[in-house]
Structures are given as C-alpha cells and as structure tokens.
Design a binder for this molecule. Structure first.
Ligand code: ZN
Ligand code: ZN
Length: 132
C-alpha cells in the first residue's frame, strides 16, 4: 500500500493495513489535521519505506512524551507520526492512503473532546482519554 502527500513528493510504502489503527479526538490532533479528529495506522518502523523530502514538528503530549509529525515542506500534508513512547513504531496518516476501502480504526481515544455531532458506525474500543 502506498500513502502520499497532496503534491506527491512525500510518500510511504507499507506491506498492508496496520494492525493498530487509532482515531484520536484530542485537541492537538484537531489542530494537526485541521479536521475534527485524526486517524493513524501504526506499523513497525522496519516495514515502512519513506521517500521524499520531509520536515518534522515535535510537541510534548499530555503524557509528557514527545510526539513528532512529519509533513511535506511543499504542500504541508502530514504523512507520518512518531511517539517517543514507542520508538520502534511509526504511524501513517490514514487519509494519505486516499483509499475509502481502508479498514476502520481499532480504537478511538480522547473521546472527551469528540465533536458531539460525530459518531463512528464501525465497532471499536472507546477511551475517554488515552488508552489505559
Ligand atoms: Zn507534498
Ligand atoms: Zn490526538
């Protein structure tokens, strides 16, 4: 499977759907994406190939760990995310696959700040904050 940014210069190739797909309603993800929530598919870093030029932005998450996103310096699309807490993992933003058939999230976190008009139709685990 291939993910890419809007302009196409930044890309990621992965072997298939991630086995940890997470929807996050936290306010930082709302700002990160410009959307009411973010969805990221996490992979073992060893199986992900990144191509193209990237810039990174790191912030300190509520957990105290740093959370870094990689985005295209040309078009600004966020392609990946990494958390210090899980250095062996990398997350690919699900929208970057541009595949409406992509599997749904396995869990939704930070539902305390979920927009009230939105609810997932698919079955998944729900957490008011981060996963406990
Ligand atoms: Zn781009
Ligand atoms: Zn979040």
């Amino acid at each position: 499977m291939k993910a890419r940014c809007q302009c196409g210069q930044l890309g990621a190739t992965v072997p298939g759907p991630g086995d940890q797909i997470v929807a996050c309603h936290c306010l930082a993800c709302q700002r990160r994406t410009g959307a009411p929530f973010g969805v990221i598919a996490y992979y073992d870093r060893a199986v992900v190939t990144l191509t193209g030029e990237v810039r990174e932005y790191s912030r300190v998450a509520d957990s105290g760990n740093s959370f870094t996103t990689g985005f295209c310096p040309t078009c600004g699309s966020t392609l990946y995310a990494r958390a210090d807490k899980h250095p062996q993992m990398i997350g690919i933003t699900v929208g970057s696959f541009a595949d409406p058939g992509h599997p749904p999230p396995h869990r939704a976190v930070f539902e305390d700040t979920r927009h009230g008009w939105f609810a997932f139709a698919a079955e998944m685990a729900h957490f008011p904050q981060g996963r406990t």
